[in-house]
Design a protein around this ligand. Structure first.
Ligand code: CTP
Length: 398
């Protein structure tokens, strides 16, 4: 068990989801953790500190100036094993990303930046979709923060088809348990996992390329989630706009053949290969050495197929191989065929024609098909949550 005896700081910021944080505080305490709750002033408007004091059996702090002992309390929380922010509002994420220390909670986050942080965002769906929030989450992810949720569902304003709702306390607890359990008990501990992500690019000439709109988000989320579980992860990424996850070894490649070469070196030592990249399937038969001027008139390009990476790799005995199938119709049949033809343990099917799924979006809806005939249909979820659910399934095969 990863939770008993561990010290957790539960930072609660002001959103209606605060009521769920009470259940989380109780769950962590019952599991044997020492839980110090820090409330922002707004959170204390939603739930009185005394509620958390009763649930955790420990004093709760709400301000830097609380009864003159808040600074001492930060000291007490010097080495928490984990800081959980639930709910993490748009405001607290923005202030943390900026490195502000304008209340007790953000002061603690700034002062204890070496401690792992698990944030459960909760906000109105428009605030979550705002590029400022996206950028703040990206910044904090780069600094090593872990995120759980948000989910799609009812918000204070009514039902929503877009993410914003805080994950349920049990899901946050499970994510915390995983982070705290990194140690030797994790099935992923010490496992060498290679994850591919993003598109590849094939040049027609020095300035023109054939590529696809893959953002790389699904692969990056998988790499980070596998690392959070204790795996030794290497990410092989095609060109994307994403910042490489801090501290995670990343090999950058451009063409499908480059990706194949990188994997030929890495895969012989791997315990698992998660092939979520969307390598270009075609490349020009020949590449022009100079930019062809448009004034030269119409252009006909002959394309040839790129190498089938999965089909060409020497696999280590017992290695778990996960492939992706991005389809635009007849998905289940095509994915089942890929499972067979590419000798995969799992294939993750997503339908690019479905809203909210596939390329360029932060959410995905996938079906996981297993070699032994299993089928798991997941709802529309943020890509990080999809990654966790995929790893839950893959874990059984490790
Ligand atoms: N893949 C690969 N090498 C390629 C293209 C794709 O290894 N040159 C991998 C992808 O990373 C994915 C899986 O194969 O995990 C399926 O990719 P997909 O493009 O759906 O399948 P293809 O093999 O290209 O088949 P088709 O285009 O006929 O659907």
């Amino acid at each position: 068990m990863s939770v008993p005896g561990r010290h957790v700081v539960l930072g609660v910021s002001g959103g209606i989801a605060c009521y769920k944080s009470c259940t989380l505080a109780r769950r962590l305490t019952e599991a044997g953790a020492t839980v110090d709750v820090v409330l922002t002033a707004a959170a204390a408007e939603f739930v009185r500190p005394v509620t958390f004091e009763a649930l955790t059996g420990r004093p709760v702090l709400t301000s830097l100036w609380d009864r003159g002992r808040a600074l001492a309390h930060i000291d007490l929380a010097k080495h928490p094993d984990l800081v959980i922010l639930a709910p993490a509002t748009a405001s607290v994420l923005a202030r943390a990303a900026m490195g502000m220390a304008d209340d007790l909670l953000t002061t603690l986050l700034l002062a204890r930046a070496d401690r792992p942080v698990l944030a459960a965002p909760a906000m109105n769906d428009a605030m979550y979709a705002n590029p400022a929030t996206t950028a703040n989450i990206a910044t904090l992810t780069t600094r090593g923060w872990h995120f759980v949720g948000p989910e799609i569902g009812a918000l204070a304003e009514g039902p929503s088809e877009r993410p914003g709702r805080m994950s349920e306390p049990e899901a946050i607890f499970a994510a915390a348990e995983r982070l705290l359990g990194h140690s030797n008990s994790s099935k992923w501990s010490g496992k060498r996992v290679v994850v591919t992500a993003g598109p590849t690019r094939e040049h027609l000439d020095p300035v023109r390329v054939i590529t696809n709109p893959s953002s790389g988000r699904m692969g990056y989320a998988l790499a980070e989630a596998a690392r959070a579980r204790g795996a030794d992860v290497v990410l092989v990424s095609g060109p994307t706009e994403l910042a490489p996850p801090a501290g995670l070894p990343t090999t950058h490649v451009e063409t499908t053949e480059d990706m194949q070469r990188a994997l030929q070196t890495l895969v012989p030592n791997a315990d698992a290969l998660i092939m979520s990249a969307a390598p270009a399937d075609y490349r020009p038969k020949s590449r022009e050495g100079k930019k062809r001027p448009r004034s030269a008139g119409p252009l006909t390009v002959e394309l040839e197929a790129t190498p089938d990476i999965l089909g060409s790799l020497q696999r280590r005995k017992g290695m778990v191989v996960v492939g992706f199938a991005l389809e635009t119709g007849n998905g289940l049949a095509n994915a089942r065929a890929k499972l067979q033809n590419k000798a995969l343990d799992y294939v993750i099917l997503n339908d690019a024609s479905e809203p909210g799924a596939g390329f360029e979006v932060t959410t995905n809806r996938v079906t996981i098909l297993g070699r032994n005939g299993t089928q798991v249909d997941l709802p529309l979820l943020p890509k990080r949550d999809v990654a966790e659910r995929i790893l839950d399934v893959v874990e059984e095969a490790l």
